[in-house]
Design a protein around this ligand. Sequence first.
Ligand SMILES: [Zn+2]
Length: 527
Amino acid sequence: MTEKIEDIVKSRMYARQQLIDGWDQDVISNGCMMIVGVGALGCEIAKDFTLMGIGKLILIDLDTIETSNLSRQMLFRPGDEGRPKAEVAAERLKDMNPYVNIDFYFEKLQKLPMSVYEESDVVIAALDNFNARLDLNKICLRMKKPMVEGGTVGFEGHVQIVIPEDSGIAYKKRDREIENLVEARLWDITEMEFPEYFKAEARIEELEEEIERIKEKKINPVIKKFRKEIEMVFDWKYAPEILDQTPCYRCLVPIPPADDKLVAACTLKGLPRNRNHCVIKAEVEFEKKYGHKPDLNLNDEVLKLKEIAQGELEKLRERVFNENVAEEERESLTEKEIADWKANINDTFGSDYKFEEMENILGNKIAAIQTVSSIISSIESQEALKLLFRVNGRNIGAPMEPPYVNYNGVYGQFDHLHILKRDDCLACGEIEGEENVQIVVPFDADVGYIFKAMEISEHKLDPELWMITNPMTKEIYWNPYMPSLKDPNIKLSSLKIKSNDIVTLSPLGKALAESEIKKYNVIIAFM
Ligand SMILES: [Zn+2]
């Protein structure tokens, strides 16, 4: 009896969506969606599928809730600070719809058992950093799971769908379908409605007859020859690439931008040159003084940090004044002129720090706003919904084509971008065992710093087992087996390495056998 009542309640809940052409609530009720990242986008997407009555949700997030999340992440409330996002989201979603099963993981996506991915029909990426996206992209390609990727920065955002090879999803060409419909519409128009159109058609017909005669003679024989050749091989050579898969995320990001931590580490080798540098330096000074990094949730630590940062900012202002106004010149200046100079410098470097600014700088935070988050997350949900039907052999609409859309909230504009599948893509292409990395190094960096920078970028390599060469000239910069080529203190500048040059790191000995990656292409940017 209770079971029947539950069925009635459910069917009432989902009554309106069942009116959509091609809808089948069973596809939703038996479906499993994985949402990786339960931040601004993830909260919205999880809410969408919970309300639609998804059978199962899998939520992944390794973060805890912070106060600054409360302006966007709609499943969290004041008082939730410090609790795991995935866990709290699961509780709130259960309140919205008790019939949804929810698994949650307070864990890195790379550490999840593959069975969790296996269980999911569609994977939704709602992440905030490149590395996690690249790893998820790789896993989805390997597991042949369709992925919907999205992100926002300030007033802009994007959504990309990734359909891996052999996922069994037919990916129809939207443009071709539209063309067919327009053609059909043109058959219906009358001369009464569009006289000029028909007159033009007649004239074109005359010209075309002429063109046809030329084509028949000179052009068509060549086209026919190529068409025949391509048709012979299309099904095995081109069809899998063109019809049933999209480019992947890594196709768009062949060289991930340098790690923020690296830029910060590099900044600290010199004197602070702007407001951000002062705060980064203050964090290091704080750690030296108190033996730990400042905890921005503790008010007295925030105050101590602010004091150090403020001191650095004042030193910066002083330094800039001294650099610009020579000592002998200073004596000839009036008090008012000096005050004007100092006011000018204060304007350039900004007023005193506020707490949020320090938090944004230290956390490498990206501008974010709820309006854009909800637009982007809704597009992700909608694409994931269509893919869920498709995975189950049903159709309520084709996935978006082209598979990438950019939204600009300043102009209210959507742009679809034709993106290309790269043959040399490190995730979905033919190349295996290579990796592209960009590193940032100080001007006076030495060979040893390359290994340090690689470690900060999460590619820790043993200098005793890796060789560094110039791929163009084959010159060896570092070879641990040759004492003459094993000086970590030799400056990159003395090796004539310039900004944006590429060096190659290759494994030797044990690393050659054990490392999954057989070649790193490292782009060096000086700062
Ligand atoms: Zn790719």
